[in-house]
Design a protein around this ligand. Sequence first.
Ligand code: NAP
Length: 253
Amino acid sequence: MNKKIAFITGASAGIGEATAILLAKNGYNLILNGRRANRIKDLQDRLQNEFQTQSHAAIFDIRLKEDVKKAIDEIPDAFKAIDVLVNNAGLASGLSTIDKGSLDDWETMIDTNIKGLLFVSRQVIPGMVERKSGHIVNISSIAGKEVYANGNVYCATKFAVDALNKAMRIELSAYPIRVTGIYPGAVETEFSIVRFHGDEEKAKEIYHGFDSLLAADIADAIYYAVSRPLHVNINEMIVMPTAQPVPGIIHRK
Ligand code: NAP
């Protein structure tokens, strides 16, 4: 198996799924993570049929460090030499001022967006260091560059991803391992349904009346970064809908 291997967290929906499709189309074999095993299975079948992609389903919750270690230890040999890690799994939970926010929501976001990303990275990076090659793509957000009202803890977690993205680049570039941060504005995925705890009507309002980004737009940015020659590191890409110049402004039709 001479194809490159990419490990995508949160591949069962949205940006992760679109990235899996684009990387498969461009000749990668894949390790696909998510908690919803049925979604990952459907994606595996689709990629096998359309692109003859070989893939390994890594069904685990990135918040559970023992599960993360076990699942990554159990990756079959043919997939162990990971070329690209896309730290994509993440979420916003709730949208409210800091005096009214839910502690459970805050904990979920911190555990997933910061600790989960670290648990996965800590298991994958030593292999890259040993092989002296690899590329890590960290999905932050425009919320990791600019704080918006009621975004408080979500923004804090994505600022943390920004810091970790820079830290990884400083510490790993000598090997040489490349590190790229992606900072999207509004992308229409399941993100807002998750943020509003399943309230689909409320989620729809977020995207009404303007052309939001699509998951495939962010997959394009990720593929651009990983397909540059080895001496080129795309440090950061901020990708916004044209109608959303900053997080707090959306020009609706
Ligand atoms: P999405 O459609 O809700 O997809 C999120 C993915 O993350 C799903 O595959 C989900 O899979 C996975 N996930 C969530 N918690 C997980 C956990 N504990 N363990 C394993 N997998 C988990 O949202 P998306 O928009 O594609 O979001 C992807 C990334 O982009 C996130 O980091 C998000 O913060 C970031 N982002 C999104 C936007 C936006 O507007 N959509 C903007 C900027 C940044 P399971 O539920 O199957 O586990």
